[in-house]
Write a protein that binds this ligand. Structure first.
Ligand code: NAP
Length: 322
């Protein structure tokens, strides 16, 4: 296979540029002098994300409505696919997110095929290859399969909770630990998880773009620490200098009840909390470290990632954009 090498004249597309990961990827790619195009639904959201003097084109469009795709893909070498429809304010409104994500990925693939796109880089969820998957992880796995099914070579990265200000899962962790010295939790808090710093995720996303050998491959990515959820909460408290949290496991607490409870005690709506909590019943730990051969990085310890994320919060604990 001929490696698909990125040249300085190639332009890279980011879909999901206004999201938690996408918005942070923009300035990092600009620093590497990579020319960008962004497909966004809301032009007002993207304006503050564009660094002054950068070579960035913006196309307005929507994957589900199938608008703007052909224009956004014209002449593009690689597309980052960082799209997620999750985020309904209530559980009821959120029921359809898997359908929307499926429709978005299929529409994108059809357009990518006709545009002759060479590469796709997708960030999905760790643990999605196991059994008994939550709806959230099943949906993420389905998107990976759709994106890998065409002519463009897909690189699939899989991560567990990403530690960074404004990441939905991280914000849920932050609010719970910051606000509640005593917590009641479902029994899943004994499952293992391998969190990763947003800085490390960005290094992997960019490293894969720059290393053509990663095209057509799948990688698990994770930080240097593996904890149970309960340990992760205690480690967060320790990093922040908070007293040890008192955690009471209640076996009968369902994901739905937990989501309503999170909605009540934090600003995270139940529509976001529910799929995330449901996903916690799956162990999310890297199966291997193959990525190290292709993109070697210095992994950020969990506590350092927490302190960086905390210092980046614009408003301090208690207020977010949710
Ligand atoms: N956050 C984590 O902890 C985490 C952990 C592991 C894996 N991941 C994966 O990383 C990827 C990015 O996640 P994220 O946390 O950055 O998500 P996010 O903050 O929810 O961002 C999602 C992005 O998708 C865009 N989008 C949604 N529907 C769209 C549509 N129909 N057409 C065009 N754009 C659309 C959103 O645009 P709008 O701004 O217009 O809504 C937004 O830019 C996802 O695949 C996720 O599974 C995230």
């Amino acid at each position: 296979m001929t490696p698909i090498v990125l040249t300085p004249s190639d332009r890279v597309l980011i879909i999901g540029a206004t999201g938690f990961v996408g918005a942070r990827l923009i300035p990092e790619l600009v620093k590497k002098n990579i020319k960008l195009r962004l497909l966004v639904r809301d032009l007002a959201k993207v304006a503050p994300l564009i660094p002054k003097g950068s070579d960035i084109e913006v196309v307005q469009g929507d994957l589900v409505a199938n608008t703007g795709l052909a224009e956004s893909l014209r002449g593009i070498h690689t597309a980052y696919y960082l799209v997620h429809s999750m985020g309904g304010k209530t559980l009821f409104k959120n029921e359809e997110y898997a359908n929307k994500d499926r429709m978005a990925a299929k529409t994108f693939m059809a357009a990518a095929e006709s545009a002759g796109l060479e590469r796709i880089i997708y960030l999905g969820g760790l643990g999605e290859t196991g059994d008994n998957l939550s709806e959230h992880l099943r949906s993420r796995a389905e998107i990976a399969a759709i994106l890998s099914s065409g002519t463009p070579k897909a690189t699939i990265l899989r991560a567990a909770i990403i530690i960074g200000a404004r990441g939905a899962s991280y914000e849920m962790l932050r609010y719970l630990v910051e606000r509640l010295p005593i917590m009641i939790t479902p029994k899943w808090v004994e499952m293992r998880i391998q969190p990763i710093a947003i800085r490390d995720v960005l290094e992997y996303l960019i490293g894969c773009l720059l290393n053509a050998e990663t095209a057509g491959q799948e990688f698990d990515i994770g930080g240097p620490d593996i904890f149970t959820y309960v340990e992760m909460m205690q480690q967060y408290a320790e990093a922040r200098g908070l007293a040890k949290r008192f955690i009471v496991r209640v076996p009968v607490l369902t994901p739905m009840l937990s989501a309503y409870w999170v909605d009540l005690v934090t600003p995270i709506p139940s529509g976001i909390a529910h799929p995330l909590i449901e996903g916690l019943r799956n162990e999310v730990v890297c199966k291997d470290s193959r990525i190290d051969q292709f993109v070697p990085i210095t992994k950020t310890p969990f506590k350092d990632a927490v302190l960086t994320a905390f210092s980046e919060e614009l408003d301090g604990p208690g207020i977010t954009g949710f």
